[in-house]
Design a binder for this molecule. Structure first.
Ligand SMILES: *Cc1c(COP(=O)(O)O)cnc(C)c1O
Ligand code: SF4
Length: 336
């Protein structure tokens, strides 16, 4: 397999993750050139179809050169299909996004409170609801944490705090230290869960300072990654996962079922096997949130169920993720 690494202008090993973050590819023409597909630039939608392009160079380097159907490329490249109107696909598919960002904390499910710790991501995934909520960096900065932690402190039924976003690991480690100090005197919180795509798309984020922070937490730790295809893994991702496990974290993964990217049993089984090789268990396989601009990624429920059934035949039970859909207002994710 010829990957794009030699064309991706990679920074030298040891470069600080914030530099790598800033150096991400933000021009879709450059992304196409990086993977040897510059001639496809005329098929790009104007203005990135309203959602900025963003891909870390290390992630682009894992794309297969010359392959317009590359599963990593398709997750990040703006497409003309995003401009097609599709009935049922809205700009507020999850229902309460506006309320989420204003409030900073979401306490919908029993025992678990979810903190919108940051609105930023290192990669802009074309299928994500975030394309309609570019809510920026302000949440943690605006002192929302104090309010959110106050809510958690007042409610002793909350035993698990979930950091989500955006990507909570977009925050500086010093910010995370601030948060964990705030948690120190809330004894009923015994678990910290982090939902993040960074160990996969920018594994350099799991640096020594972060590892030491995680080591130091007197809590049970769960890190839920987000990978959709086995090709997203390489030795740098393995190293990040290893460090997270060394800090005592249980590693899980959630994927989104995406047409043209991972909608066949072989691809999904290979993803599960690759996750396990990195010490990660598959957790959820999500049906797509029905956000405007993402309709071309949707897989029907019947096909989704058949895919999971096929996985069950091929894999040990612990490598078969739960197929779910998020439905606003329900007390849990809805199993299909
Ligand atoms: C998804 C989600 C959780 C976590 O749900 P699990 O089923 O425990 O993974 C918690 N709170 C909110 C608001 C969520 O959307
Ligand atoms: S929230 Fe997750 S899926 Fe959405 S853009 Fe960020 S990393 Fe991608």
């Amino acid at each position: 397999m010829i990957t794009a690494s030699h064309a991706a202008r990679l920074s030298p090993p040891g470069t600080d993750w914030r530099t790598l973050w800033r150096e991400a590819i933000t021009d879709p023409r450059e992304l196409l050139e990086t993977v040897g597909l510059g001639h496809l630039a005329e098929r790009l939608p104007a203005d990135d179809a309203g959602f900025a392009t963003r891909v870390p160079r290390g992630f682009a380097a894992r794309m297969v050169r010359g392959d317009a159907r590359d599963p990593l490329l398709l997750q990040a490249l703006p497409q003309l299909a995003e401009l097609d109107a599709a009935p049922g696909f809205s700009t507020d598919a999850v229902g309460d996004m506006a309320a989420r960002s204003a409030q900073g904390v979401l306490h919908k499910y029993e025992g678990r409170a979810l903190l919108i710790a940051s609105g930023s991501c290192a990669i802009n995934c074309r299928y994500c609801f975030r394309r309609h909520f570019p809510y920026g960096d302000e949440m943690a900065a605006a002192g929302q944490w104090r309010k959110a932690l106050e809510h958690v402190r007042q409610d002793s039924s909350i035993s698990e705090l979930i950091l989500s976003g955006g990507d909570p690991l977009s925050l500086a480690t010093a910010k995370l230290e601030e948060l964990s100090r705030g948690l120190a005197d809330i004894p009923h919180v015994t678990r910290l869960r982090i939902h993040t795509r960074l160990p996969v798309v920018l594994p350099e984020r799991i640096d020594e300072a972060f590892g030491q922070w995680l080591d130091s937490l007197p809590l049970q730790k769960v890190v839920v990654l987000h990978a959709n295809h086995a090709n997203e893994f390489d030795t740098s991702v393995d190293a990040a996962c290893r460090r997270l496990r060394e800090a005592g974290a249980t590693l899980l993964n959630q994927s989104v079922l995406l047409r043209g990217i991972n909608d066949d049993a072989e691809t999904l089984a290979a993803l599960s096997e690759r996750l396990f090789a990195a010490g990660v268990l598959p957790y959820y396989l999500h049906q797509l949130d029905r956000v405007q601009g993402a309709a071309h990624f949707e897989v029907g429920d019947d096909q989704a169920l058949a895919l999971v059934e096929a996985m069950r035949h091929r894999l040990p039970g612990y490598l078969v993720p739960k197929l779910v859909r998020e439905v606003g207002g329900e007390a849990s994710k809805r199993p299909l």
